[in-house]
Write a protein that binds this ligand. Structure first.
Ligand code: SER
Length: 315
């Protein structure tokens, strides 16, 4: 193996993924890149390049410079931000993927990780225990881009033999880096506000159930699907992946076990409609069967870990 390139390394997933991959493969083997330099400490922590995912030549040059074999393409506009800028979201989410798929097709890289999302599902999809194969009519720009991306990944695998692997992440919760413009971001913000103010105003209604996952699990899943033997990866569009599902009311109750005075109020905005179009829970038996996926964190374990880390960070 040559080196790994992470595109979009300064984002919520990219930051954690960079740290994890460096701890496994060595700092110099993992090149972090993003459209701009993020946190100074992070940028100084290992090889870093400014790379615009939309600039094919820049991506290609970086791959050649570092003898990159594996690319993790984490740059994207998420669901809420994409609704505010549909044309740019489509451009970024699709063309960054084409650049990387075409570099693999040309034999310049060997393996790709590309994240998909529960947003590939839509209002006509069965909401509970959403199957791997089901009706998919996404109603958001983000969801349309992710579903199209999945089709292209499968196509490039079937027609050109490209080794591309993908997961449909649920909402991801983490303490170290803020999320960037998703509909599930409330489940991160709520912990910050609980510690800062003891109260939180939620942009989704109290009974809005969504599939969620702690970042530790999401990173482990990403590493595991990439380490699995190619023949075990039977689905080349994207795998359903699940750990837990909860409502704003339930996460509030989990926080109240630690902070009994914490209160929540509800002021749903445009993101409510996006959340209502998505599944409430996910059937991920294919991932469990094909590459042995197992989650570790449930709502209570995650809540304890989040509050501990965020309190320590504030000190
Ligand atoms: N967490 C993402 C979002 O809310 C879904 O993939 O946009």
């Amino acid at each position: 193996m040559g080196t790994i390139l992470i595109i979009g390394a300064c984002g919520q997933i990219g930051t954690e993924l960079t740290k994890k991959l460096r701890s496994i493969y060595g700092t110099d083997k993992v090149i972090a890149s993003d459209v701009r330099k993020g946190d100074a400490e992070f940028v100084a922590s290992g090889p870093f390049e400014v790379v615009n995912a939309l600039d094919f030549n820049q991506v290609e040059e970086t791959i050649e410079k570092y003898n990159v074999t594996d690319v993790y393409l984490m740059a994207a506009l998420l669901s809420a931000t994409a609704e505010k800028n549909p044309a740019f979201a489509w451009d970024l989410n699709m063309n960054s993927l084409f650049h990387v798929l075409n570099l693999a097709k040309a034999g310049k890289i060997q393996k790709i990780f590309w994240p998909s999302s529960i947003a590939v599902f839509g209002p006509t999809t069965p909401k509970q225990n959403t199957p791997q194969y089901t009706v998919m009519e996404p109603s958001t720009v983000y969801g349309i881009s992710k579903q199209s991306g999945e089709r292209w990944c499968e196509y490039y695998h079937n027609i050109y033999g490209v080794d591309v692997r993908s997961i449909r992440y649920p909402g991801l919760i983490s303490w170290s880096t803020p999320p960037g413009g998703g509909t599930t971001d409330y489940a991160v913000d709520i912990y910050h506000k609980a510690l800062e103010n003891g109260e939180y105003t939620c942009f989704l209604s109290e009974e809005t159930r969504l599939p969620m996952m702690y970042m530790d699990d999401a990173i482990r899943a990403t590493v595991e699907i990439m380490q699995a033997p190619a023949e075990d990866i039977k689905i080349r569009s994207s795998y359903n992946l699940s750990a837990m599902d909860f409502t704003p009311k339930e996460i509030t109750q989990a926080i109240q076990k630690h902070m009994p005075d914490f209160t929540i109020s509800y002021e749903p905005d445009f993101r409510q409609k996006i959340a209502d179009s998505w599944p409430q829970s996910i059937d991920d038996s294919s991932a469990r069967q094909d590459w042995n996926w197992k989650h570790e964190f449930d709502l209570d374990a995650m809540t304890t870990d989040m509050l501990e880390h965020l309190s320590a960070k504030a000190e």
